[in-house]
Design a protein around this ligand. Structure first.
Ligand SMILES: Cc1ncc(C[n+]2csc(CCOP(=O)(O)OP(=O)(O)O)c2C)c(N)n1
Length: 417
């Protein structure tokens, strides 16, 4: 008799599997009780040369520098000068005002699509200032603040968003998938996981050429469930690529909450442990913590200590895009109750606390940036908004390959351009 048949199976429960659900749905009270917010300054800052096996506490902590009073505390304080802090604040504010203006432009039919960075502006702004010119960012679509911090021209953003004849990418990308090599901003890949692989490959190429430039790659929490994330981490770890790999855990992947990507089982930073590389978990709404963690990982990469995985713990305060309505899947007031606050308000409070900013200066900056944005929008609208003017169709066949192959020539002939 088969030994399996002798087992008594009658008392076994039926098999089941588990589908995680977010703690609150529309109409229910907001519930962030599962989120632990440790004191600012509580996490230690190890030397970059410390072996990875001695750093396995870091992915379970939360690196925070700014406390509730707006003071910078603890070992991760990057001790930035006031000009850098003001540059960060300006980039964040410019991003927020521009986002608001472009969201409205979408509702007015002037662009086909837009995505806001609301609540996540600290990440791109701090990293653009922390990393060197020449380093390469493989960004998400929520990193406009990087371009703002590096002073990318507003008019070029507007022309791309309006898909008009001066679109710097000549209609080859979605309105918000920017590409700005000279600003350290690699062509934004809409295939969400691919950016990690691109960043690792670019970093390895830089090392292969004995260059001194490093790469930084970004994905969202939802994208960590894709194979690309794990493949890139394997390559980065094995070849000790000079790269920083970041997960923006903004709690949502369109309408899927982060639990669907595994947030209930462990932290995203802790995924680093399986690959044998350091993982940092960082308050993504704390400009100073983002800056310090990025610099720490950059120092490791630049000194051939290998890659670092950083989880930025944050919250997507707006909808995923102009095509999304978040009130369908989460409580309407969830964003306003996010326990880590608003990154812009926190940096502003810090600058005021150290006597380097005031409410009046803030209001004046808003007025100045609003005027700049208005001027760029006006200039772009004179060239054309969606459907009013377009790049020449002939251009879609140009700059695709260094030497156009027969398919391109054939398609161009068929299109008659
Ligand atoms: C490979 C791939 N699959 C699916 C999509 C469609 N898509 C675009 S954004 C998105 C959600 C991504 O969520 P997350 O990684 O958490 O990033 P977030 O938008 O929250 O920053 C999806 C599924 C895509 N662009 N690429």
């Amino acid at each position: 008799m088969d030994h399996r048949a002798r087992r008594d199976k009658s008392n076994r429960p039926a098999l089941s599997f588990y589908v995680p659900e977010p703690p609150a749905r529309p109409g229910q009270p907001v519930d962030f009780s599962h989120i632990e917010v440790p004191e600012a300054g509580a996490v230690r800052c190890p030397d970059i040369s410390e072996p990875e096996r001695d750093m396995r506490d870091l992915p379970y902590g939360l690196i925070r520098v700014l406390d509730e009073k707006g003071r910078a505390v603890g070992p991760w304080d990057p001790r930035l000068d006031p000009d850098t802090l003001r540059a960060g604040l300006t980039a964040m504010l410019k991003t927020r005002l521009f986002d608001e203006r472009m969201f409205r432009a979408h509702r007015q039919g002037k662009t086909s699509f837009y995505m806001k960075s609301l609540g996540e502006e600290a990440i791109g702004a701090a990293q653009a200032l922390a990393l060197d010119l020449g380093d390469m960012n493989f960004p998400t679509y929520r990193m406009l603040s990087w371009l703002m911090a590096r002073n990318y021209p507003l008019i070029d953003l507007c022309n791309q968003i309006y898909s008009n004849e001066r679109d710097p990418l000549r209609g080859r990308q979605l309105p918000i998938l920017y590409s700005a090599r000279d600003y350290g901003f690699y062509s934004l890949s809409g295939n969400v996981g691919s950016r990690f692989g691109h960043a690792v490959g670019w970093a390895m190429a830089s090392a292969f050429k004995s260059d001194d430039k490093i790469a930084i790659g970004h994905v969202g929490d939802g994208t960590t469930a894709e194979g690309d994330f794990h493949e890139a981490l394997t390559f980065a770890a094995v070849y000790k690529a000079p790269v920083i790999l970041c997960v923006e855990n903004n709690q949502w992947a369109i309408s899927s909450f982060s639990g669907i990507a595994g947030a209930g089982e462990t932290t995203f930073a802790a995924k680093a442990i399986a690959y044998g590389i350091p993982g940092l978990r960082v308050d993504g709404n704390d400009f100073l913590a983002v800056y310090a963690a990025t610099l720490w990982a950059a120092d490791r990469a630049r000194t051939n200590h290998g890659p670092t995985l950083i989880e930025f713990f944050t919250y997507r305060a707006a909808g995923h895009s102009t095509s999304d309505d978040p009130t369908r899947y989460r409580p309407e007031d969830e964003a306003s109750k996010w326990p880590l606050g608003d990154p812009l308000e926190r940096l502003k409070a810090h600058l005021i606390a150290i006597g380097e900013w005031s409410d009046d200066q803030h209001e004046a900056l808003i007025a100045e940036l609003t005027a700049d944005i208005k001027a760029a929008v006006k200039q772009a609208e004179a060239i054309g908004t969606l459907g009013q003017s377009k790049p020449n169709p002939r251009e879609m066949f140009e700059d695709v390959f260094a030497h156009p192959d027969w398919r391109i020539r054939e398609q161009r002939r068929e299109a008659g351009v």
